[in-house]
Ligand binder design. Structure first.
Ligand code: MEV
Length: 423
């Protein structure tokens, strides 16, 4: 696509925005984004059990993102007002100094096999490691296609975990899952090797499941936020203060990280990926070396006085298998992103997380989030009170102006406007 800098995008109609996105992303018509032509009941019925319907969630597109020099429009599914606007705004500031630079590890997932009732855990560990090749070959046999595509088991790691009941032998299969999220692949492998591994260890196999602490599958994003565009040296310094509190205080860290996840979960959901897996990975990664829950991102001032933001976290997302391949909206969302590997997707998602985090912390360090948030929230309140498209702008302006974004006030304002119009 040419440029993601689409000034005035928010002021267009839905149809105009859609046309622009389709044209810029080289995608076909995006009519699949219509509520009645998205996920059908029949498809939904194949996806989960006991289906009675589908849930609509607004799908927006964040503008202004440049990731590794490529402009990209980012589909985001969220029910929260301000999120898409804030990400776009942060990306606009980031692009002043080149946008986001990203990187990632190989797409390595791990599965655990718990072995219980082992008499000699230390020796069992070594016996398992001696059988490394045999166990790896057994696991690889489960997924010849993955191996064909350059993936497959990379290692066998054996840990001894002391619990309140006993010392468990826990074997980890370390697997390159290529463009899959990988849960199915590694779970199948873990189940396949469990009996043999337990036999070698001299115990009984119990749990055989992936770990969502996907700390060998990290994605990273970095951006320089131009000091002047951020609001000046004082704002930069205050953002560093805000980030430092999040590093030091778990109460603040939880909210700081929630801000990151506002962006991340929205893209993960839009692309049909497993939001809970990514969230579990993120929060497990937020435990620092001292065992305390801390901020996932860092903000510093560079030598030129600009703000540098960085984010690194597990990002278990895929493009093959799962809902991404089945859900029509997710397929189109991936097409809009223009990504062809899971790594590219993971890195863009991480860039969005950083953008979202920067936007929230900047707002908090300056005017607070309520002003921007309230004008968007006011739209919801006005619509809920019954405002028509023609009445919306006037009702929103009154609610914000009166600093009373409440249902009762919206009804009162609407009544007054209608009375005036009737006169
Ligand atoms: C609200 O959804 C997210 C924030 O609370 C994040 C933060 O405090 O950094 C604004």
């Amino acid at each position: 696509m040419s440029t993601s800098r689409l000034a005035g995008f928010k002021d267009l109609s839905v149809a105009q925005r859609r046309e622009l996105v389709a044209a810029h992303a080289g995608a076909d018509a995006l009519s699949v984004f219509d509520p009645h032509s998205g996920l059908g009941l029949e498809q939904a019925d194949h996806m989960i059990e006991n289906v009675v319907g589908v849930l609509g969630v607004p799908l927006g597109v964040a503008t202004n993102f440049t990731v590794n020099g490529r402009d990209v429009l980012v589909p985001m599914a969220t029910e929260e007002p301000s999120v898409v606007a804030a990400a776009s705004n942060a990306a606009r500031i980031a692009r002043v100094r080149g946008g986001f630079t990203t990187s990632s590890t190989d797409p390595i997932m791990q599965a655990q096999v718990q072995i219980v009732d082992v008499a000699d855990p230390e020796a069992a560990r070594l016996r398992l490691l001696e059988a490394r090749q045999e166990l790896i070959a057994l696991a690889d046999q489960q997924d010849p296609r993955l191996v064909e595509f350059g993936g497959g088991v990379r290692d066998l790691v054996v840990r001894l975990v002391d619990s309140r009941v006993q010392r468990y032998v826990v074997a980890h299969l370390v697997v390159d899952v290529r463009d899959a999220m990988g849960a199915n692949a590694v779970n199948t492998m873990a189940e396949a090797i469990a009996e043999r591994a337990a036999q070698i260890a001299g115990g009984r196999p119990l749990l055989r499941i992936l770990t969502n602490k996907a700390d060998l599958r990290l994605a990273r994003a970095r951006a320089v936020f131009d000091a002047e565009s951020v609001g000046g040296a004082e704002v930069v310094a205050d953002i560093v203060h805000a980030a430092a509190l999040a590093e030091a205080d778990p109460y603040r860290a939880a909210t700081h990280n929630k801000g990151i996840m506002n962006g991340i979960t929205a893209v993960v959901l839009a692309t049909g990926n497993d939001t809970r897996a990514v969230e579990a990975g993120a929060h497990s990664h937020a435990i620092g070396p001292d065992g305390r829950y801390t901020a996932l991102s860092r903000f510093e001032q560079d030598v030129d006085g600009n703000l540098v933001g960085t984010l690194e976290l597990p990002m278990a997302v895929g493009l093959v298998g799962g809902a991404t391949k089945v859900h029509p909206v997710a397929q189109r969302a991936v097409q809009v992103l223009g990504v062809s590997t899971a790594a590219e997707l993971a890195e863009i998602i991480t860039a969005v997380g950083l953008a979202q985090n920067f936007a929230a912390v900047r707002a908090l360090a300056t005017e607070g989030i309520q002003r921007g948030h309230m004008s968007l929230h006011a739209r919801n309140v006005a619509v809920a009170a019954g405002a028509t498209d023609a009445e919306l702008a006037a009702v929103v302006a009154r609610l914000v102006g009166d600093k009373a974004v409440r249902a009762d006030h919206a009804e009162k304002v609407l009544g007054e406007l209608r009375a005036e119009a009737g006169r």
